[in-house]
Design a protein around this ligand. Sequence first.
Ligand code: C5P
Length: 236
Amino acid sequence: MTVSRIAHLAVALDTADWGEFRSWCERFGPRAGVLKVGLEAYLRWGPRAAEVALESGAKLFLDLKLHDIPNTVEGATRSAADLGASYLTVHAGGGSVMMESAATAAEGRLSVLAVTLLTHLDRAELARLDLAGEPQERVTSWAALARSAGCAGVVCSALEVGALRARFARPFTLVTPGIRFEAGFESDTADDDQRRVATPEAALADGADLLVVGRPLTRADEPERVLSRLADAATR
Ligand code: C5P
C-alpha cells in the first residue's frame, strides 16, 4: 500500500541522538513533504544530517536562522542550496539588504523564509531592546520588508497567520510552528513551552501553507494517529 505524502507537513527533527534522528527520517521522511533540520542537529552532524534527511525523499528545510552581513549570508545561502535545501531561514532583523542578498543568492533553487520576531520576545523585552511598539505591528512590517526583499515567505506563530494572510496573498508562504492538539487527543502537549498555539485545522484555515510539527508527532505514543490527523487537517 502506498501512503501519500503530507505536503503541508514539516517535521522538526529536534534531537541530540543520532539514532533517533535517523529513525525519524526513515519513519517520517516518506510521509512528510518536508523535514526540518535545525541548529541543534546541524551543529552536531552538519551536512550528514542534511543528506540523511534528503535520502527519505522529503524536501529539506534548513532552519539555521541566518543573521550576518549580506556577503556572508549570500555565501551561506549558496552553500545551503548546494546541500539540497528547499527552505532556509534568515532573520528579518538582519535588514532588507541582507534578506535581498539571500533571496538573490538562492537563484530560485531554494525558498528564503524570514523569521520576524522570535515568539519569546514580549513587549517588555522588546522595550529593553529599544524596539518600541506593538509586536504584532512589527511582525507585519518586517514581513512586508521580507516580501519586498524577495523572500518567499515568513515563519509566523499560529496566532499571527490569519492577519498576515489577510495582508499577504499567496504565493507568499506562511510557515507556522506551535501546532498543538486539543486536550485529550494523542500526545497532549498542552503544558509545554509553546504559548501561541493552534490546531492544524485552524492554522491551515487561517492561511498557513506549511505546518512545522515536532514533539506532538515525534514524541507521540501513536504517531500514525497524529499523521492521519495532520493529513486530514487540510480537508476539514
Ligand atoms: O516540538 P514543536 O512542535 O514545538 O517544534 C516546533 C519547531 O518549530 C521547533 O523546531 C522550533 O525551533 C520551531 N520554532 C518555534 N517557534 C518559533 C520558530 C520556530 O517553535 N517561533
